[in-house]
Ligand binder design. Structure first.
Ligand code: SF4
Length: 436
């Protein structure tokens, strides 16, 4: 047996970089330090639902026939080059290198390209672009933060090592006694497993995050508020305001309970304003709890290349951005695209049924290492290697720190990486367009 050390877990936005992988030859036997989800991600390299050859499905057929990579890439290039309004979606579970090629492919095809932020932290990105955001790294949180607020998120289930590695429990330079030196607050309508570990659980009414944040801003200025706001008593809101002001370094982590409830980007807008207000009294920052391990990177790469972090429309030859109109689900709901490419995500598991019913009718390409609800209804399925397990690549942690993911084992023979597949499709699309 061999142990590969300092491996980065390519599952969630925490991007834990202390994983040890135990190998028997090229087979992953076990992992050390990874949480249960991360462990499964590594073991998925050998899972039975791995796709080992490209496949094609005829219209109206449920059966796939195996095809060669050359054939699948040619068909994908023909579909994308001949489409009038192609949609490209996903990008969040692959490397920045593949994302960069994908953005060029979208531009050459005049496509709408969107990442999974449009159905999770898109509102956060919009608010941060509008008003800016006081951020910090997870390393700073570990070493300095004495107040941790989790608002509308449940890291015990979605980011299982977040609290043990960076926030509530670890010992840091200025927080030597670990959790004894910190206070943890959870704001959530439900008594989640994260809330059960908190010092204070603020049980806000569903959809009343904006009102509660507004009330918090008011009390920290010393002004009066109604007796109850968002289901929380005035004295409890005042106590929370006083607690925030009394700490040396506070961090507000927020999740989809805030970004995808009533108010959306306005909730984040006011959360940022609250954090900015708090900096008159003490040090305070905020960090979005990003889900897919490289959704942050997708936003970064799209922004470097075209100025916008998601929902980009290249149909006019230059990038346009109007979430609500140019997001992937909007395009599918309006049945506007005539072809689609999905990569490194699974809209079949997360989008509305009506969107995926339309997806199943049009020419589609899905690039994924595993069988998923999306591969099952795509026309061309192209298997790829798993970045961070079978392939190196850069990814951005939720705090916007870039981290190089390692390769720990070889992919099944003949399987290409996302980047190679996209490069080959791009080269062929350019040829087809030049011939026209
Ligand atoms: Fe992987 Fe996230 Fe678990 Fe860390 S917390 S081991 S990055 S799934």
């Amino acid at each position: 047996l061999k142990v590969v050390t300092d491996v980065v877990c390519p599952f969630c936005g925490t991007l834990c970089d202390d994983i040890k992988v135990i190998m028997d030859g090229n087979r992953i036997v076990d992992t050390l330090n990874a949480c249960v989800i991360g462990n499964e991600k590594f073991k998925s390299a050998q899972a039975g639902h791995r796709i080992l050859a490209p496949m094609e499905r005829e219209d109206n057929s449920a059966e796939f026939a195996p095809v060669s990579y050359d054939y699948a890439i040619e068909r994908a290039a023909q579909i994308l080059a001949n489409a009038r309004r192609p949609l490209m979606y996903g990008w969040s579970s692959t490397s920045c290198e593949a994302q960069a090629v994908g953005n060029e492919l979208a531009e050459v095809c005049g496509a709408v390209t969107d990442n999974t932020a449009s159905v999770c932290h898109g509102p956060s990105v919009m608010a941060i672009q509008t008003v800016g955001a006081p951020c910090c790294t997870l390393g700073e949180v570990k070493n300095r933060a004495d107040l941790i607020i989790y608002w509308g998120c449940n890291p015990v289930h979605a980011h299982p090592r977040h609290m043990s590695r960076y926030t509530t429990y670890p010992r840091g330079f200025f927080t030597e006694r670990g959790f004894k030196d910190r206070t943890m607050v959870v704001v959530d309508p439900r008594p989640t497993d994260t809330a059960k570990q908190a010092d204070i659980h603020v049980q806000v009414e569903q959809g009343k995050d904006y009102e509660l944040l507004d009330a918090l801003r008011t009390v920290i200025r010393g002004e009066d508020i109604p007796d109850v706001v968002g289901g929380v008593k005035k004295e409890d809101i005042k106590a929370l305001g006083d607690l925030c002001k009394s700490r040396k370094f506070g961090v507000l982590f927020f999740g989809m309970g805030v970004t995808q409830s009533i108010g959306k980007h306005r909730n984040i807008d006011i959360a940022i304003s609250f954090v900015a207000d708090m900096n008159k009294y003490t040090k305070f920052t905020l960090v979005a709890m990003r889900g897919h391990y490289n959704v942050t990177g997708s936003g970064q790469v799209m922004s470097w290349q075209s100025g916008f972090p998601f929902s980009m429309d290249f149909s006019r030859g230059y990038p346009r951005y109007n979430p609500g109109e140019t997001a992937a689900n909007d395009i599918l709901q309006r049945q506007e695209c005539d072809a689609a490419l999905v990569i490194a995500s699974d809209p079949g598991a997360h989008f509305p049924v009506s969107s995926m019913k339309y997806y199943a009718q049009i020419p589609t390409i899905c690039i994924d290492p595993h069988e998923t609800p999306t591969t099952g209804i795509s026309k061309i399925v192209i298997p790829s290697t798993i970045v961070g397990v079978e392939e190196e690549g850069n990814a951005y942690r939720m705090d916007n720190v870039p981290i190089r993911c390692r390769k720990v084992c070889d992919a099944p023979e003949g399987i290409l990486s996302d980047k190679e597949i996209l490069e080959r499709i791009l080269a062929r699309v350019k040829e087809i367009k030049a011939e026209k």
